[in-house]
Design a protein around this ligand. Structure first.
Ligand code: NAP
Length: 284
């Protein structure tokens, strides 16, 4: 029997390639770019994400600092802290790590970030720029999905892309990006009827729900590329939205862990360097 298992779309290889390109861009700048993370509380997952972003930033020559505020921080204090970081002329990129503790409102915090320093790309101005085809900062996970496709030669133009999940963080910006690349895009969500039939149409599937194994082998067209974004913890292990039997049907799959998450981290650093390049050019 030939081995029919899908090719693994290794996120580490993509992230390393991005880091190498970004390092060269940093070396060409007159000063190192500076990125500041704002984190509230002691959620271990958030702390770990910030650490990995900070580690990669420093590896490529980006100065990275983290402002940690206590769990009980109120909205006004958080807003004032974010504004102070944003207004610091020496800072090129600001990232408020989400989710915030439940008593805090995310929307005004994200809107307080200067769109040109908004390395997460969540500010409404950047959302508008993305959908209008204007240059701006684009959310990191969708940028990472595009980078994985480009790295592994997965065609987007004219292909059917089905994205399961329609959040502002992942699904919607991914739809805008794949549309920009001339794919035919469908966004599925919790009210989608016959999810399996919709997903089976796809040449490229993006699973961004956060429910272990929601995308199963029987829902996938043979040979399709499947990009697993969702993350859940099952019996203490991180698992994705893609069920193990998808590997027997698909042509290529991102592993979880070791796939999309690593590329998301690289894109935070790439966005910081892009922001710094623009600010340095504008100051000349
Ligand atoms: P979210 O805001 O909770 O959105 C989840 C989406 O899934 C919603 O659009 C929801 O539909 C949809 N959904 C829920 N149940 C569904 C069902 N039964 N069938 C079809 N769609 C369903 O989450 P998010 O922030 O986008 O994150 C999604 C997952 O990705 C999470 O597990 C998160 O941890 C992970 N994540 C990973 C990375 C990475 O780099 N790998 C980055 C960011 C997030 P409705 O809109 O109808 O409610």
């Amino acid at each position: 029997m030939p081995d029919m298992r899908a090719t693994s779309l290794d996120g580490r290889a993509v992230a390393d390639a991005i880091a190498e390109r970004v390092s060269a861009r940093v070396a060409a700048l007159p000063r190192p770019p500076k990125l500041v993370f704002v984190r509230v509380g002691e959620d271990p997952a958030s702390a770990s994400y910030v650490r990995s972003k900070q580690r990669l930033a420093r590896r490529v020559g980006v100065e990275a600092e983290t402002l940690v505020l206590p769990e009980e921080t109120d909205q006004a204090t958080l807003m004032a802290s974010v504004v102070a970081v944003v207004e610091d002329e020496g800072v090129d990129g600001v990232l408020v790590q989400l989710p915030l503790p439940a008593h805090l409102d995310e929307a005004p915090v994200l809107e307080a970030i200067d769109p040109d320093k908004d390395v997460d790309g969540f500010h409404a101005v950047n959302v508008g720029r993305l959908w209008s085809g204007l240059p701006g900062l684009v959310p990191c996970t969708p940028l990472g999905l595009e980078a994985i496709c480009d790295h592994y030669g997965i065609t987007l133009q004219g292909q059917r892309v089905v994205i399961v999940g329609r959040s502002n963080l992942v699904g919607k910006p991914a739809a805008a990006l794949f549309l920009r690349r001339h794919a035919t895009v469908t966004l599925a969500h919790s009210r989608t009827r016959d999810l399996g039939d919709v997903v089976r149409e796809a040449d490229v599937v993006v699973a961004a729900v956060g429910r272990a194994g929601i995308v199963q082998g029987a829902m996938v067209k043979p040979g399709a590329a499947v990009l697993d974004v969702g993350m859940s913890r099952v019996d203490g292990k991180i698992v994705g939205d893609v069920a193990p039997d998808v590997w027997d049907v698909a042509g290529a799959v991102t592993p979880m862990p070791g796939g999309t998450g690593l590329v998301t981290v690289a894109m935070v650093v790439q966005n910081t360097v892009s922001a710094a390049e623009r600010r340095i050019a504008a100051a000349r």
